[in-house]
Design a protein around this ligand. Structure first.
Ligand SMILES: Cc1ncc(COP(=O)(O)O)c(C=O)c1O
Length: 404
């Protein structure tokens, strides 16, 4: 394919943002082995280090032995096993909702649900349904939302207006000006690239005032925020029938999969109209077993999350003492703004040479001049690891940090 071959030739001579992928031979716990060298990850979403927990492995093994390797069939056909329904009930309960729906990944959840929400009436036409009125849908999307949200909205084919990051005045201005009959506000719960928490109580207030629905992607809040790991809703102790709560199983839960939790009427319709639910397979049974165990461990071992938050506090305090400009310090995602793409990659590679993997987050994940180093704190980081990371950073700072 010529366009791709041309791009490839360009990449070979201008390699900046296309990373050479290192060969990793164990997964971060948060220490891991990469090309024979022991590394410490400040990048993994395995926040609670559950992916390697022996109880999780035993649970997954039990799932494998009981049910085999995959489900191999859509849940709308013969694949609707009771273990999926049981996990959905647990997740619905955690999010304070009537029902939950599982998907193979979090990415697919956003693509599928956002793509389907506005099309349910069209699909039902094939069965003779005629909507009472013609709706005008508009999505109101935070500018820092995850790529899968942007892609999901694009799939819906409906218009989107973008509000400034977490800016409720800007959102209200746009809601007020809109003539949409069905407004859907979409936001990350914990912003994956900024690390801050969406102002959910304000989102709910505006949704009530302007008769809107809210779709909250709580990929990074689920399992981490709130007393029971319920996420952003539990953190603020708020909920609303207007709220569709989305989460992933691939971060704090250490497995794979995605879900939404919502009102029954919505789940009943989406099970038939969302093709990412009905026209594909779902997560394998061993993952269901592992996630059930993760939820149990998170609820019965608060000390695990306390360790995560005490590491987060220690890391943030040390970074601030050292004079770094943190973009946010509310969650386990702590970004440091660098701005320039090349400089950001340079610092990530110096850290890599010193045994630390840190994400350099570049365009298109963030705006082109907003490159940043993103540190993900983990419950299993040791004080010594954080201290050593700081030593490397401070050394870089002295030799020209943030200067080109
Ligand atoms: C905010 C957000 N939503 C959705 C996803 C996709 O989740 P998954 O990796 O489970 O597909 C991610 C993944 O990084 C994310 O950060």
């Amino acid at each position: 394919m010529k366009p791709i071959r041309d791009l490839h030739d360009w990449v070979l001579t201008h390699d900046r943002s296309f990373h050479a992928i290192s060969k990793v031979s164990s997964l971060p716990d948060p220490t891991y082995v990469c090309e024979g060298k022991e590394m410490v990850s400040f990048s993994s979403n395995n926040y609670l280090a559950l992916a390697h927990d022996p109880r999780m492995i035993a649970a997954a093994r039990e799932g494998l032995e009981c049910y085999g390797v995959g489900n191999c069939e859509s849940r709308l056909l013969g694949g609707d096993m009771d273990i999926y329904r049981d996990l959905e009930a647990l997740l619905a309960d955690l999010k304070g909702k009537d029902e939950a729906m599982l998907f193979a990944t979090g990415y697919l959840t956003n693509l599928g649900v956002l793509g389907a929400l506005t099309r349910t009436n069209l699909i039902a036409r094939a069965f003779g349904y005629r909507a009472k009125s013609r709706e005008k849908y508009v999505f109101f999307s935070d500018e820092s939302n995850h790529t899968s949200i942007r892609e999901g909205i694009r799939l819906s084919g409906e218009p989107k207006v973008t509000y400034k990051h977490a800016d409720m005045n800007d959102l209200e201005r746009l809601l007020k000006a809109s003539d949409a009959t069905c407004k859907i506000i979409v936001s990350d719960g914990v912003f994956s690239m900024d690390g801050d928490i969406a102002p959910l109580p304000d989102l709910i207030r505006l949704a009530d005032e302007y008769d809107a629905a809210i779709y909250l992607d709580d990929a990074h809040g689920t399992g981490v925020l709130g007393k029971n790991g319920g996420g952003t809703t539990e953190h603020f102790a708020v909920n609303s029938p207007r709220l569709i709560s989305m989460g992933t199983l691939s971060k704090a839960y250490g497995a794979i999969g995605g879900f939404i939790a919502c009102e029954s009427y919505l789940a009943n319709i989406l099970r038939y109209t969302c093709s990412a639910y009905g026209f594909t397979s779902t997560l394998p049974p061993d993952q269901v077993y592992a996630v059930r165990k993760a939820i149990e461990i998170i609820q019965s071992e608060p000390e695990r999350r306390q360790r995560l938050w005490s590491n987060q506090h220690y890391f943030v305090t040390r970074m601030e003492e050292a004079g770094f400009q943190l973009l946010s310090k509310e969650t386990c995602i702590v970004p440091v703004l660098i701005g320039d793409m090349e400089l950001c990659e340079h610092y990530a590679s110096v850290l890599e040479e010193n045994g630390f993997h840190v994400d350099s987050v570049l365009f298109p994940a963030v705006k082109i001049d907003q490159s940043r180093l993103r540190f993900n704190v983990n419950a299993h980081h040791t004080t010594e690891q954080i201290d050593r990371l700081l030593e490397v950073l401070v050394e870089q700072q002295r030799s020209g940090w943030n200067r080109k």
